[in-house]
Design a protein around this ligand. Structure first.
Ligand SMILES: *[C@@H]1O[C@H](CO)[C@@H](O)[C@H](O)[C@H]1NC(C)=O
Ligand SMILES: *[C@@H]1O[C@H](CO)[C@@H](O)[C@H](O)[C@H]1NC(C)=O
Ligand SMILES: *[C@@H]1O[C@H](CO)[C@@H](O)[C@H](O)[C@H]1NC(C)=O
Ligand SMILES: *[C@@H]1O[C@H](CO)[C@@H](O)[C@H](O)[C@H]1NC(C)=O
Ligand SMILES: *[C@@H]1O[C@H](CO)[C@@H](O)[C@H](O)[C@H]1NC(C)=O
Ligand SMILES: *[C@@H]1O[C@H](CO)[C@@H](O)[C@H](O)[C@H]1NC(C)=O
Length: 938
């Protein structure tokens, strides 16, 4: 009967104003269910669903078409009806974003409902304590339902399938649930159910599938569980079950999956497991099973996957591992021992074999390669010895080979290159010898390579640059030497590359990864270093050393960098690189004393008698020591036009009185050419290190070609094997260093002058870099000022005169004490590019604006200018850093821009520094009217 009081009241409701229209069906429904007598109808279904909807939060609007104006609900989304009765038979709304509680009354009212499936929503609250009487299937998995499973569920006789997995259900599994006559499938996994599981599995049980995994269940597995003789799948994994596997299980001849991993099960594995003939997957991992692995398990002829890992099993690896057509076997983490024997006629079905973390001994059997489908082989953490068999190279499917932490010796077979599918090759912690085979370069799929903690020697093969998928490489703790192949820069995916504890040297490859490689990946090598601030060459830790102030003999004191406070210095904190520099400095001082004269006799017309006696004595002693010198005495070469000789009046001598200054490369003297032209002559004091005459001349000629109005021109040179001179134009007005640090308040450089100097120096560097010349030695004392106040950069490109061998000592000798040296310079071997000049330039900029030295050595500390300035920038008090002599004549906005530019140039990582051309255009932008704020110059 369709027509009933409810349907007419629904019609009445439709005519009502809106608020009560919503309320009305609820009232009717409640009244109806309270009365519980009237036969439900099609329109009752409509009402029940509308009430259901009103109790749910439906942000995705999936239930929007559910409207109480409808006659029937059958066409609504998620609703299906019985075609005969038109009653709602199934609600199926998976992952519909529905939230809220399931209204019990509405649910009960859907009394023709057979299937309710709302998995993957956000339903909360507790389970309804009663279900529609005809319900056969309930799936509320993947919601947020909490509370216990109502005991009344056990009286829901129609239930066939119950899926409440992945909710927050607590309390016990209800008693009697197993005896529901039609129940075939129960999934309560992934909840918080506790207590012990009730027994009561009737012989007549229809149960096919029971999943109680991932709960907090404890006690023994119900002894009569095997009475449910139709069971195909039983998962009890990841609970806290104790005891053993109940023997009743042996009767489950149809069971294909038995999962009991991750419990506290103990006792010995029983041979009757082999009676479960249909078993395909057996997971007993992570328990406390003891004893040997029964041979009888071979009775499970359908086994595909066996996981017995992480137990306390003993004895040998059972033969059936290779005899039954298994695909995946793990016995990892037991106490199995003996040799691993792979029969020649092994069933070649295995895809994954994990024998790791046992006590297996003997060699890796060459027959392993008969397992032609093997993709994963883990033999790590055993005591296997001998060499990795060459037959590994025949395993074309092998993706993961882990033999780490064994006692393997011998070489990595070059046949490894045949295993082209390898993604992970892990052989660390063995005693491998020999070289890394070049053939590794054919394993193009490699993502992870671990050869650490072995005795591998030789160099890293260039072919590794072809392994472009590599992400992690651990070669640490070996005997590798040579340099890192530059080809490694092609490894774009690299994120871990540890080569510490080897004997590697040479430059790091050029790539983003290697630019910022952590020091710990490189530590303890012969000479690898990173460009990072807090890392340095092997053996040269950047940690400051504090001298004992009471130490009586402090050989460094006298030659410490000149600073007014030096004299009162009691304690010095110096980095080791500084120390080395100072040692170098001392050597120079001693070396320079003896040679102060220049022999130009062969070319000068002046007679030797014109030489001051003391100096000529020096000359004599020199020529006496090396008589051939005189014979093949040098020739003065001047570039371009003009005089090619020194003046003959005897004042051309490079004596102490004419000395202009000393640098890392030599001493500079003033002299006058015959035509009256003043020149500055630099006598190289590093003569023993200078390259061959040919190389010297070639490089000097290149330097001589550089002409720029911000560069001190090299006018000529003089060469003998024991004496080399460079002849520069003479710049009269002194160095920037003098102007910044030795000038009175009144005569100090103005803001505009300083700005012009910065721009001029920047242009000079652009020009040098254009010629491919790296300055290497930029500092304020190498920037001279001409009579117009124009800066002229000198002393450029001299490092290239020297063979590379001792660049470290040399470069630190030149610059490190003074603080202009780029961090990558501290390494003997790391590649130094023109970016090192940009670093020095950055420091110079800060020096010019602050009027302070790049490094100041105080009583008991060292102040590094760039740190000081960047701290001030962080604290927004850059004004404090400006040279007080500049007060008021500049715009702080402009100064801030330039300081920031200086700091960027002085970045620790070379790749972060701009190039000089960019610097010049940025400076020009700052200076241009647009870039100049109104509050500019007073
Ligand atoms: C229960 O539902 C989940 C999805 O939420 C599904 O993965 C699982 O297979 C279902 N269990 C059974 C026994 O069908
Ligand atoms: C090999 O087994 C060990 C120990 O069981 C494990 O730690 C390691 O991750 C496994 N290796 C791979 C590549 O899965
Ligand atoms: C890298 O691979 C290319 C192309 O496969 C090959 O020609 C080259 O020889 C390989 N390089 C090395 C060093 O193995
Ligand atoms: C690199 O390897 C060494 C030696 O094996 C190890 O001590 C160090 O921790 C490793 N570094 C990193 C970052 O893993
Ligand atoms: C590396 O060591 C081997 C000996 O193991 C030696 O023959 C070779 O010359 C060394 N190579 C370098 C670059 O030092
Ligand atoms: C190096 O410096 C970085 C940050 O600059 C820091 O995170 C790292 O721990 C430092 N490493 C060492 C070895 O001090």
């Amino acid at each position: 009967m369709i027509s009933s009081p409810t349907s007419s009241s629904a019609a009445a409701a439709a005519a009502m104003p809106t608020p009560s229209r919503l309320l009305f069906p609820v009232l009717v429904l409640l009244a109806a269910s309270a009365g519980a007598a009237t036969a439900a109808t099609v329109s009752d279904d409509v009402l029940a669903l509308v009430v259901l909807k009103s109790g749910l939060f439906d942000p995705a609007g999936r239930l929007a078409p559910w409207s109480e104006d409808a006659d029937r609900a059958c066409a609504w989304p998620g609703v299906s009806c019985d075609s005969r009765t038109d009653r709602v038979a199934a609600l199926d709304l998976p992952a519909a974003s529905l939230a809220g509680r399931l209204p019990r009354a509405a649910l009960l009212r859907l009394d023709a409902l057979v299937s309710l499936a709302l998995p993957g929503n956000r339903l909360s609250g507790t389970l309804p304590d009663a279900l529609p009487p005809r319900l056969r299937s309930l799936d509320l998995s993947g919601n947020a339902i909490s509370g216990g499973i109502p005991a009344s569920l056990a009286s829901c006789e129609s239930l066939v399938s119950l899926n409440l997995s992945r909710n927050r259900l607590t309390g016990p599994v209800p008693d009697g649930i197993w005896s529901l006559p039609s129940l075939r499938s129960v999934d309560l996994s992934g909840n918080l159910l506790s207590g012990s599981v009730p027994g009561g599995f009737p012989r007549s049980s229809s149960l096919r599938e029971v999943d109680l995994s991932r709960n907090l269940l404890q006690g023994e597995i119900p002894a009569d569980i095997g009475e449910a003789g139709l069971l195909k799948s039983l998962d009890l994994g990841h609970n806290s079950f104790t005891g053993g596997l109940p023997e009743s299980l042996r009767g489950l001849s149809g069971l294909s999956f038995l999962g009991a991993g991750g419990n506290d099960l103990s006792e010995e594995l029983q041979p009757w497991i082999g009676e479960m003939a249909a078993l395909e997957r057996l997971d007993l991992s992570a328990n406390r099973f003891t004893g040997t692995i029964p041979d009888a398990i071979s009775g499970c002829k359908n086994l595909v996957e066996v996981d017995l890992s992480r137990n306390a099993l003993t004895g040998e690896l059972p033969w059936w591992v290779f005899g039954v057509p298994l695909q995946r076997v793990s016995v990892s983490g037991n106490a199995l021992s003996g040799w691993v024997k792979v029969p020649r006629d092994a069933a070649a079905t295995l895809e994954a074999l994990d024998l790791s973390a046992n006590a297996f001994t003997g060699v890796i059997p060459p027959e392993i390669s008969t397992l032609a489908r093997l993709q994963y082989l883990n033999l790590s953490s055993n005591s296997m010895s001998g060499q990795l068999p060459a037959s590994i190279g025949l395993m074309l499917m092998l993706e993961v080979l882990d033999v780490s932490a064994n006692k393997l010796d011998g070489v990595v077979p070059l046949e490894i290159g045949g295993a082209v599918a390898l993604r992970q090759l892990l052989m660390g912690r063995n005693s491998l010898t020999g070289w890394i085979p070049v053939q590794i370069g054919t394993c193009k799929s490699l993502i992870a390579l671990d050869l650490s903690h072995n005795k591998l020697a030789g160099s890293i093969p260039i072919s590794m640059g072809n392994l472009t998928s590599l992400q992690t490489v651990d070669l640490s703790d070996n005997l590798l030497n040579g340099s890192l192949p530059m080809e490694l820069s092609k490894l774009d995916s690299l994120r871990f590359f540890n080569v510490s504890h080897n004997s590697l040297s040479g430059s790091l490859p050029n790539s983003r990864f290697f630019d910022s490689i952590p020091y710990s990946f490189l530590s303890d090598n012969a000479g690898l270093c990173s460009s990072q601030k807090n890392s340095s060459c092997n053996g040269v830790m950047p940690k400051p050393i504090v001298f004992n102030p009471n130490s009586s003999s402090d050989p460094w004191m006298d030659v410490a960098p000149s600073s007014p406070s030096n004299r009162h210095q009691r304690k010095m904190i110096l980095s080791i690189s500084t120390l080395i520099a100072i040692v170098g400095g001392a050597v120079i001082v001693i070396g320079v004393v003896t040679i102060t004269v220049l022999n130009l006799r062969a070319h000068a017309t002046a007679s030797r008698s014109a030489l001051p006696t003391s100096l000529s004595d020096d000359y004599h002693s020199q020529s006496a020591e090396s008589p051939e010198n005189e014979a093949k005495s040098g020739k003065l070469v001047m570039f371009g036009r003009g005089s090619s000789d020194f003046s003959a009046d005897g004042h051309a001598l490079l004596n102490k009185d004419c000395e202009l200054g000393r640098g890392g490369f030599g001493t500079v003297y003033k002299a006058v050419l015959r035509d009256g032209q003043p020149v500055a002559i630099k006598k190289l004091t590093v003569s023993s290190m200078v390259k061959s005459e040919h190389d010297f001349k070639q490089h000097v000629k290149l330097l001589g070609k550089v002409r720029h109005h911000n560069i001190v021109t090299l006018k000529g040179f003089y060469w003998t094997s024991s004496l080399q001179l460079l002849i520069y134009e003479f710049i009269p007005a002194g160095s920037l260093h003098q102007h910044l640090h030795e000038c009175s308040y009144e005569s100090s450089l103005s803001w505009v002058e300083r700005f012009d100097i910065i721009v001029g120096v920047a242009r000079a560097l652009v020009h040098l870099h254009r010629y491919g010349i790296i300055h290497y030695n930029l500092k304020s004392s190498n920037v001279l000022l001409d009579t117009n106040g124009e800066p002229r950069v000198g002393d450029y490109g001299l490092v290239n005169l020297l063979p590379m061998l001792d660049r470290y000592v040399l470069s630190s000798k030149i610059q490190s004490v003074l603080g202009y040296m780029a961090p990558e310079f501290t390494c003997t071997t790391v590649k130094v590019t023109e970016k090192c000049d940009i670093y020095s330039f950055g420091v110079l900029v800060l020096e010019i604006l602050s009027g302070r030295r790049p490094v100041e050595y105080l009583e008991d500390s060292v102040v590094v200018l760039s740190d000081l300035v960047s701290d001030a920038l962080d604290d927004d008090r850059l004004e404090d850093c400006m040279d007080p002599r500049l007060s008021g004549e500049f715009s702080m906005v402009e100064a801030t821009l330039i300081i920031k530019l200086g700091l960027v140039c002085a970045s620790q990582v070379p790749s972060q520094r701009p190039d000089m051309a960019e610097v010049v255009s940025m400076l020009e932008m700052v200076r241009s009217p647009q870039g100049t704020p109104e509050d500019d110059l007073v």
